[in-house]
Design a protein around this ligand. Structure first.
Ligand code: DX5
Ligand code: ZN
Length: 215
């Protein structure tokens, strides 16, 4: 069963509670945290996650687009994130492993994210240690509304193979330019969680858009 994770980056932040309710038929809520350093944009921080947590029981899939993300693991875990994912490009491998250890200790699910430039093989050491999610970016992180990079599909297939080999049960999520057409390509390549920002919030009927992503 494919899980759908609407990205609130495309919501109206003046009506965030309303816009979260609009996607309540989805499986997860995708929260994009940007620091203006790792990516050239600034979005949501710890207090916003805290407020979202008080408002909804949805699973908060929190994507940290932040330099040296280990600095913020504890704060986002305490704010109520259910899963934190850190970019492999955001720090050296020992620091990424330390951030994952911290997530484990704090009882939140842990994921790693790959920018389009990063090779599939980079996830192998993390799958071997045990993680809950791999997120493959199909746009350059930083902004919603960009076009899907189809050249990332072979990477999704390769990572599905590594997951089956080293860490079965790990979720494989895709983020960037996912709509009802590209969703099919991602699922065929082996993804089982789909993030969608503009395809959900840009639709007149977000619930119908979520249903069409599942189909
Ligand atoms: C981009 C973010 C995405 C973004 C996706 O850096 O990580 O989650 O919101 O937006 P769409 O679905 O519009 O590409
Ligand atoms: Zn994201």
């Amino acid at each position: 069963m494919v899980k759908i994770a609407p990205s609130i980056l495309s919501a109206d932040f003046c009506h965030l509670g309303r816009d979260i309710e609009r996607v309540s038929s989805a499986d997860w809520l995708h929260v994009d945290v940007m620091d203006g350093m790792f990516v050239p944009n600034i979005s949501i921080g710890v207090p916003v996650v805290q407020s979202i947590r008080r408002h909804t029981g949805m699973f908060l899939d929190t994507h940290l687009m932040v330099e040296k993300p280990g600095r913020y693991v504890e704060a986002f875990a305490k704010a109520g994130a259910d899963l934190l994912s850190v970019h492999l490009e955001a720090d050296m491998p020992p620091a990424i492993h330390a951030a994952l250890d911290q997530m484990e200790a704090l009882g939140v699910k842990k994921g790693v994210v790959l920018r389009p430039i990063t090779a599939a093989e980079a996830v192998i050491p993390y799958l071997k240690r045990g993680i809950d999610l791999v997120l493959v970016m199909t746009v350059e992180p930083g902004f919603g509304g960009q076009s899907f990079m189809a050249d990332q599909l072979p990477k999704i297939t390769a990572i599905r193979g590594y997951i089956d080999q080293y860490c079965s049960g790990c979720d494989l999520e895709v983020d960037g330019g996912v709509n009802s057409e590209t969703a099919r390509l991602c699922v065929a390549a082996g993804a089982n969680v789909l993030v969608a920002g503009s395809a959900v919030y840009g639709a007149a009927d977000p619930a119908a858009a979520i249903a069409s992503l599942r189909a």
